[in-house]
Design a binder for this molecule. Structure first.
Ligand code: HEM
Ligand code: HEM
Length: 222
């Protein structure tokens, strides 16, 4: 007989907002630069930076499943997890798995490098980040170089990320996308008593407002 299942809230609305926001903004950042809409590119970059800084804070004092201290396990645990990657089995994860946690860190890190180098970038024509004038020409050139090259690194990482998510569906029979949309997973009822603690929405709103104000002030320097 199949074990009884129960709906458990895993991802709070903030994690989902950041996730799908980053997906849209990555596309927008690329499209705007390709079509020469640099004002839109900077706006998209500032929004990306806001989401990233918000997510880092939320990873420290936010919901249990958002916390870095909870999902960053040892590299050995990650390897152990990957050993079972070909096995078809029910999803029992109450958050990111041991390998996925590292992927999250790398993705967030690469996006942060992109947004921060953008602040110092200068195309030598019309557009420059708001901090480009605060540093030497060499530093700004270096930031621009990293900004251009790192975009390909991000594309490769995102490709790997999406392939991993699709493999979970095809090989393990686990749909991880639906929970990222709805926030909830159907898990064995025996796990329900370990439902993750969700962070305070008020704290999230205040923190988001603080970060947005900070990035707004930064943008006005340009
Ligand atoms: C295009 C750019 C994308 C970026 C930058 C990105 C980035 C991320 C990040 C940072 C996380 C961690 C979430 C958190 O803890 O805050 C994550 C998780 C996740 N992403 Fe994406 N993602 C992208 C595209 C996608 C797409 C297209 C899909 C669907 C096919 C997807 C499905 C997921 C799922 C299912 C998780 C949760 C994995 C788990 O259960 O541990 N992502 N992604
Ligand atoms: C994380 C979000 C971002 C992404 C994905 C992104 C992506 C890109 C890409 C693909 C280019 C084109 C590089 C090329 O010429 O081939 C570019 C150029 C540029 N970006 Fe961003 N960017 C982001 C954030 C920012 C931010 C926050 C700023 C400044 C506030 C910024 C400022 C610039 C500038 C000034 C250029 C022109 C550099 C040049 O081509 O010489 N970007 N960006």
């Amino acid at each position: 007989m199949a074990a009884p299942m129960q709906r458990v809230k895993i991802w709070d609305p903030w994690i989902r907002l950041v996730h799908w926001g980053l997906v849209i903004l990555l596309g927008l950042s690329w499209w705007s630069v390709e079509t020469g809409r640099m004002e839109l590119h900077l706006l998209s970059g500032y929004l990306t930076l806001t989401l990233l800084v918000f997510r880092i804070g939320w990873g420290i004092w936010g919901s249990e499943t958002a916390r870095f201290s909870r999902f960053l396990r040892s590299p050995l645990a990650a390897l152990k997890h990957l050993r079972h990657v070909g096995r078809r089995e029910a999803d029992t994860e109450l958050g990111h798995n041991a390998a996925g946690g590292w992927m999250v860190l790398v993705l967030l890190g690469a996006l942060l490098v992109q947004a921060v180098t953008g602040l110092f970038a200068d195309d030598q024509i019309l557009t420059r980040g708001p901090l480009a004038g605060q540093v030497s020409g060499e530093t700004s050139d270096f930031a621009t170089f990293i900004h251009i090259r790192n975009f390909n690194v991000i594309l490769a990482l995102v490709g790997l990320h999406v392939v991993a998510v699709l493999l979970y569906l095809a090989v393990k029979g686990q749909n991880l996308v639906r929970p990222m949309l709805t926030g909830a997973k159907w898990l064995p009822a025996s796990l329900a008593h370990r439902s993750p603690r969700l962070g305070s929405p008020l704290l999230a709103l205040v923190w988001l407002a603080v970060v947005a104000a900070g990035v707004w002030s930064l943008a006005r320097l340009g």
